[in-house]
Design a binder for this molecule. Structure first.
Ligand SMILES: [Zn+2]
Length: 393
């Protein structure tokens, strides 16, 4: 989880000129209040003061100087990225420094201290009635699943390695949510070595069915790159093309989309993967030959965007296993179709309104708010000199 992953990604994105297809914002740091909308006050106090031993920090989650500052930066970026969607200023927002899906309300876990995804989804929920969370990191998205386990306004779907032992140990197919949230958590447990063909087949079959049944009004996609082949901690066989194909598939539903990073421990491939995915998100094809940049030596010996990554691990997912999984998951989703639309507790006042509206009214209001806010956002943007636009000024 070294920040160098992000430096490398940034350099590749810029050397391909992809930043010219984006609006680049310098995000604000998340405030303590915002962070405490999910995390417990005493846990945040601990992160600030770096008390060891309690709250599981120190082992998988090393304590370092500027730790809380680091949390505020990546969390602020996810909240701001979500806000670009709720304000209608963007249709897709990207924060490659976010996606820290393991952090719990009162616990650091798996290199994650503050759960920026949960905070981003909270922001989306102030505006969108239903949010879908999709996680393609090799690890189960446990922190996000837990946060929304009892609500039907957020559906979480995680594709990951599962054998009961692999970190974080959760994510079996029978974890489906509870209470009002029953059937709104979905897990796709996979075995070692899954290849492009099986993964894409399963991903598309499951996600198409989920989106058609749940009808989300916005999607959050966690793009953990440790599901790639040759990852230092991972054990799948995915190519960068296949990982990116999942991003393309979700993007093609044309819903407001928040794209986040996540795990990924062979950093040159993390940078390649997120650069390729940036190119997909801005609809700009890029060459397989990496453009020259300061960090080009990291990409030896091939200097390609798409190195060969498969075949290091045997594929333990038989055709029958994949088919069986698909059938079981589609069966789960049938419950979802029949689920009554139940109002959840603690609904912000504007959301209560949305829930009582019919679909047509809802669409109209969403469009109106987006238009109005877009204009306001444009005018406001002119005044910020820390942000970067294609026109350079
Ligand atoms: Zn991971």
């Amino acid at each position: 989880m070294k920040p160098h992953r992000l430096t490398l990604t940034n350099h590749l994105v810029v050397s391909y000129g992809l930043h010219k297809k984006l609006e680049v914002y310098q995000p604000r740091r998340a405030t303590e209040e915002e962070i405490m909308s999910f995390h417990a006050a005493d846990y945040i106090d601990f992160l600030k003061r770096k008390l060891f031993s309690r709250y599981n920090v120190g082992d998988d989650c090393p304590v370092f100087d500027g730790m809380f500052e680091f949390c505020k930066i990546y969390s602020g970026a996810s909240i701001d990225a979500a806000r670009k969607l709720t304000s209608g200023a963007a249709d897709i927002s990207i924060n490659w420094s976010g996606g820290l899906h393991h952090a719990k309300r009162v616990e650091a876990s798996g290199f994650c201290y503050v759960n920026d995804i949960v905070l981003g989804i909270f922001e989306l929920l102030t505006h969108f009635p239903r949010v879908l969370y999709v996680d393609i990191d090799i690890h189960h998205g446990d922190g996000v699943q837990e946060a929304f386990y009892t609500t039907d306004r957020v559906m979480t779907v995680s594709f990951h390695k599962y054998n009961g032992d692999f970190f974080p140990g959760t994510g079996d197919i029978d974890e489906v949510g509870s209470g009002v949230g029953k059937h709104y958590s979905l897990n796709v447990p996979l075995k070692d070595g899954i290849d492009d063909e099986s993964y894409i087949y399963l991903f598309k079959a499951v996600m198409e069915a989920v989106i058609n049944s749940f009808r989300p009004s916005a999607i959050v996609l966690q793009c953990g790159a440790d599901s790639l082949g040759c990852d230092r901690l991972g054990c799948f066989n995915l190519s960068i093309k296949a990982h990116g194909e999942c991003v393309r598939f979700i993007k093609d539903f044309k819903l407001p989309l928040l794209v986040l990073g996540g795990g990924g421990y062979t950093i040159r491939n993390v940078a390649r993967c997120w650069t390729y995915e940036t190119s997909i998100l801005v609809d700009h094809e890029v060459s397989n030959d990496l453009p020259f940049n300061e960090y080009i030596d990291f990409f030896r010996p091939d200097f390609k965007l798409h190195p060969h990554l498969s075949g290091k691990v045997d594929n333990m997912n038989t055709r029958a296993y994949i088919q069986n999984l698909r059938i079981k998951i589609l069966e789960h989703l049938r419950y979802l179709n029949g689920a009554p639309s139940v109002q959840m507790q603690e609904i912000p006042p504007d959301i209560q309104g949305y829930l009582e509206m019919n679909d047509e009214e809802e669409a109209e209001l969403l469009a109106d708010t987006a238009k109005g806010r877009e204009g306001k956002e444009r005018r406001r943007r002119r005044d910020l000199d820390t942000e970067y636009y294609e026109e350079e000024d």
